[in-house]
Design a binder for this molecule. Sequence first.
Ligand code: ADP
Ligand code: MG
Length: 688
Amino acid sequence: MAELFREVMGRAKEENRTYLMEHECKAVLESIGISTTGSEVARSEGEAVRIAEAIGSPVVLKVMSPEVVHKSDAGGVKLDLRGPDEVRRAYAEIREAFWGKGVVGVAVQEMAPAGTEAIVGVARDPTFGPILMFGLGGIFVEILQDVSLRSIPITEHDAEEMIAGIKGHALLEGYRGRSADIPALKGLLMRISDLVVEHPEIAEMDLNPVFLYPDGYKVVDARIIIGDAPEVAERIPPKIQDLHDLFYPKSIAVIGASGTKGKLGWNVFCNLINHDFKGELYPINPKAESILGIKAYPRISAVKQPIDVAVILVQASMTPEVVKECCDCGVKYVIVESAGFAEMGDAGRKIEEEMKAITDSYGVRLLGPNCSGIINTHCSMVQSIGIVDALSRGNIGLISQAGVCAAGMLWGLRHIMDFGIVATIGNKLDINETDMLEAVSQDENVNVICMYLESVKGGRRFIDVAKRITTKKPIVALKSGRTEAGKKAVASHTASMAGNDLVYSAVFKQAGVIRARDYEHMFNLSRAISKQPFPKSEGVFIITYAGSLGVISADAVIDEGMRLSELEPDLKERLLDLLPEYVGGTNPVDYTFSMDAETVKKTIEIGVGSDDVGSFIVILQAEILGSYVEPLGKIDYRGKPIMVCVAGKEFAMEDVIKMENVGIPVYQTPEQCADAISVMYRHWQLSV
Ligand code: ADP
Ligand code: MG
C-alpha cells in the first residue's frame, strides 16, 4: 500500500496537484481493503465504451477536473448508463458541458446499488490535528449537523461510539427494511484512521457518499487533499519532570514582594505568611529592609541560598532580565504572575518569546505569565494574587487557565469544597494544561481533577494523558469560548468541523473527560465526585418530604437515563411497616411533611440493603436541615452515593455547610442531584 500511495503522491507532485483524483483515491483505498466502486479514466469516447463493457452494465460517468468540486451540481455525473450508446452520449455531454474547464478525462465506474448514504471524512483541527468524521449523508450532515468526530488515531471502542453517537443511529440498525453492516463500517473507520496515521501528509479526505448495505458498504466518491506533514511535536512528551518541587518547594523567593497594603506583591507575600508556609521565604525588593517581618533582599542574586521557586511580580518589560537572573541563581521553577504579555498583543508576545528563549536555554520550567501561582493546601502554600482565607486540606485538584476563576471563587466555595491543589496556568508559555494535568494527577492527595480551559496547547497529547488519568482520577473540564467557533465556508463538511467546539466535546468524550456545561456545573460535579463514591448500578432510590419534588426527581432520574430502583419483597415489607398509613408508593418514598431524621435514616438503611439500589436522592426541608446532619453522616452507605436536595438551600447555608462537611453534597434542585448521579454512573462504566 505504502508503495502505491508514494507512487500516486509522486504523480500528483509532478503535476503540481495538491489533491488526489477520484480514481487515485479509490485505488489507494482498495489497496488497504476498503471497498469502492473503483474508477478508471477514459480520454476518448471509445475508451469509455471499452472500460464500460469490461465493468458490465450499468455504469457511471463523471467529469474529472480540478475546477469542478461539486460534480453533480454542475451536471458532471451521469448515472445508470446501460449499453454503449448511452455511454457515448454521456461522454459527449460531459465533454461539451465542461469544455475549457480543465477536464483531464472522464471517470468510468461501476454503478453501486442504492444504499443508506453516509459520509466519512478527515480534516485537520488546529488544536488536535487530524480528526475523523462520520455522519449520514444528505440533510443529516448538511442541515442537522448530525455527525460524530474523534481525534485520529481512534480505537475500536471509539469507532463503535462514533457510529452509535449520531442521532440517526436508529437508521443504521434497521429502518423500512434497510440496515447497515456495523462491523464493516467500524472496519472502514479504523482503516481510514490507520491510513492517516501512516500518511500524515493527508490533510483532508472526503468519502461522500459511502453507500451502506446490510452486507458491506461501497465508497462511491472520494477526495484526498495533500498538505505538508504536520509537526508531530505535540506527540512527543516534553521534558520529563514531575514538577514535584513546584508544588512542594522548600524555598520561595517573591520578586516584587511589597510592604504596601493593596499591592499585588503584598497580597502574594501576605498569603504565604498567613497560610503559614513552612519553607524559606525570601522577599525581593530593593527598597525594603524587611517585609512583614521577613528580611528582604535587593535582588535574587543577593540571597545566596538554594531557591526552588521564584514568583515574579515585576512589570512585564522587566521580566526577561529578572527571569535570567533567577536562572543564573539556580532557581528550579519560575512563576510569572505579572500580566501584560501575549494577552495584550504583539509587544507582550515578544517579551514572552524572550523569556521562553532564556528558560529554555537553562532548562528551567516557567509557569504563566499572567497567572495566579499555585495553592497547595497540603503544604500550606498560597501564592495567589488575591487574598485567600483559610482553606481546608482536600482532594480536589483544580487547574485553571485564569487566575480569577481559581482564586476568586475560593472565598465562597472553600466552605463546601476541599481543595488540595489549585494551579493556575495563565498564558501557558511553557507549562501548559497537559503538563499540569499530568503533574497534578501524580499528587497522592488529589483524586479528582477539575479544569477550567480556554484552549488546549497539548494537542493530541492532552487526549492520551487525560485518558490515562481519568478512570483513576476523574477529570471534569469546563471549556469556554464555545460560541466563538465561527462557521467557515469550506469545500467539505469535515473541514467545516475543524476548529469547531464540537471537536472539544468529541475529544473530551474520547479521553473520558467529563465536560461541564457551565461554571456551576463544573463545581457541582467535582464536589459530588470528591465526596461520594460512584454509583455501581442504575437504580436510584428517592426519599422526599414533598410529593412534587419526588415526582420531579423521578422525571429527572429517567431523563438522565437512570431508573427508579425496585426493592426486594422483604425490604419492601420492612419499608411499608415504617411508612405512615397515608403514604403511598415505595419509590419515591413520600413522607408528606411527616419526616424526621430517624425515619430517613431507617429508610436509607433499607435501601442500602437492596441489590437494586445504586444511589440515593434525599429531599430535605431547609428549615430542619440541621437535624439531619449527624444521623445521615453516620450511616454506613456501603459504597452507595447519596445526594441531598434542599430547595432554597441558599437561605440555610449554615446547615448546608455542616452537611457538606460530613461529606454529603447538597444541591438546589432534584435535577442537579440526578445529573450528578448519572454523570458519575456513566463515568464509572468507563472503568469496568
Ligand atoms: P459530487 O459529490 O462531486 O457531486 P459524486 O461522485 O458524489 O459527485 O456523485 C454524486 C451522486 O451521484 C452521489 O451522491 C451518488 O448518489 C451518485 N453516484 C455517484 N457515483 C456513483 C456510483 N458509482 N454508483 C452509484 N451512485 C453514484
Ligand atoms: Mg460526492
